[in-house]
Ligand binder design. Sequence first.
Ligand code: HEM
Length: 337
Amino acid sequence: MHRRRHLLFLLLDILYLAVAVRIDATATPAEGELSVDYYKKSCPNLQNVVQQTVTDKQIKTSSTGAGVLRLIFHDCFATGCDASILISSNSFNKAERDADINLSLPGDAFDVVVRAKMALETECPGIVSCADILALAARDLIIMLGGPYFNVQLGRKDSLSSHASDVVGKIPMPTMSIEELITLFKNKGFTAQEMVALTGAHTVGFSHCKEFADRVFSNESDPSLNPRMKLGLRKACHDYKNRTTVAAFNDIMTPNKFDNLYYQNLPRGLGLLSSDVALLTHPQTRPFVLLYAANQTAFFRDFVLAMEKLSLVDVKKGNRGEVRRRCDEFNELNTSN
Ligand code: HEM
């Protein structure tokens, strides 16, 4: 009897230990693991600081939200979500942000991350990576624009290098065929459906005239371009080669609202970029365009899943990265950065 009770206590002890280890493992993530609570102890006010900073910025400059959304996409697709896009070039190195395709990223998108970083360096110095700030800022701005909420896993490290040459061929262009676009997204682990869901980001923001000039100034009849829209864009862009800053809304119907009008525009001839229009014509992508046009809930559900996946592409952990003191500079400068 005595021995059986002893055994029972021993078993309970083992069970308790197992539960305690498990609870401990979820409370403080091991080094290298990502978690939504990664900074719970080291920077408890993180989410409030980021939210406050992006709210102030977006209210003052309403183009920030779309800019940050494109910024994180370009960061993640080039060399992973590691804030390598935020590094400034110097005399030794042309950094990612100066790659041709990134030159149209708006300064305000970089600025909001820098501001959040400055606020966090007062709150909890040297703790929060710029890559994590970018991911949180993108999420908060999507919500401000009317889009869906999603959890952001945290614990990314910032890159130790940034080269413009690493961007070449990694970022989609409107001149690419759907086959080329599908392959480019597939190389990063995304399906054609996820590509269509992510490209719903074109529900906000602008494109400069040179990105769609071919369609607008072509004299051939184009059933995929509404004649009134064509005329309007011709007017707006008539001098685009000299006035290079002129741009048009990606979603002409609700340009500042994160909704599914981007998809609804496509069958009406109101799509802007030829890659947007192509999503509707190709059999591998068309069903998803029609689904999201008819059902905003389905779009939000799939966009959230795809965004969570995007923000985890090739994340740097442990000593593959660092927590930068400034988002535009490595902590230690060396000629190979
Ligand atoms: C099919 C692939 C895609 C192509 C070909 C493409 C191409 C482009 C181009 C050419 C622009 C205009 C840039 C300018 O003139 O300033 C643009 C804007 C934009 N793109 Fe994409 N993109 C694609 C997918 C995505 C994805 C997956 C996202 C985000 C998840 C995204 C987010 C944005 C946003 C938010 C803007 C507006 C930026 C602003 O207003 O500053 N795009 N895109």
